[in-house]
Design a protein around this ligand. Structure first.
Ligand code: IMP
Length: 191
């Protein structure tokens, strides 16, 4: 089995990515390679941040690795929260506060179109490649569901009338930004 470091300590993400990548790969977390500090995400785009995180891990471990960065891009908010999705309302990763702020910002807006975009940077033997995954949808007017994390209770994917937080992990993975980005990653890794 091929070992590869996934630059995360988020158990939700790890489970989602494992489910899509399958059993051909042994995913190793940051903690398992001794990186316990938060990797600085100083980029101004998702692409830059994914790259910064992957390079940080590669420089310290020399191991094949990948890092992802995801943002929710809302049309009526000019693409916000975008690269600032994790720290939209506060400095921490406060999902409840972020969702409350998003609902406030969207009050009275009729155009509720939004998309999730995930960029993954993969580094193998020092060579970096990027893939992305996108899911289109819209922002609901109230929260629903208790699965998943982050903005899931407010995001209704195109073609559905339930939120990501009302879907099973398998259902979400099959259509999500991260699921699609990881499918693309799988294609690259298997080459
Ligand atoms: P990250 O780059 O994957 O850490 O994502 C940044 C932020 O985007 C997270 O803190 C979440 O608020 C949000 N986010 C990322 N992925 C998802 C998802 O699958 N569902 C809902 N929110 C997400």
């Amino acid at each position: 089995m091929k070992r590869i470091v996934f630059a995360t300590n988020n158990a939700h993400k790890l489970a989602e990515v494992k489910a899509v990548l399958g059993n051909d790969f042994e995913l190793v977390t940051l903690k398992e390679v001794g990186i316990t500090e938060d990797i600085p995400e100083t980029g101004e785009t998702l692409d830059e941040n994914a790259s910064i995180k992957a390079r940080y891990v590669y420089e310290r471990t020399g191991l094949d690795c990948f890092a992802d960065d995801t943002g929710l891009e809302v049309v009526a908010l000019g693409g916000a929260p975008g690269v600032h999705s994790a720290r939209y309302a506060t400095d921490g990763h406060d999902f409840a506060a972020n969702n409350a702020k998003l609902l406030r910002e969207m009050e009275g807006k009729t155009d509720r179109r939004a998309r999730f975009r995930t960029v993954i940077s993969l580094i193998r033997s020092g060579v970096e490649e990027q893939v992305e995954g996108i899911v289109e949808g819209h922002i609901a007017t109230t929260m629903s569901g208790s699965e998943g994390f982050g903005y899931d209770p407010l995001f209704i994917p195109e073609g559905y009338d339930i939120s990501f937080a009302e879907m099973s992990a398998d259902q979400k993975n099959a259509i999500s930004h991260r699921g699609r980005a990881v499918e693309a990653l799988k294609g690259v890794i298997k080459r």
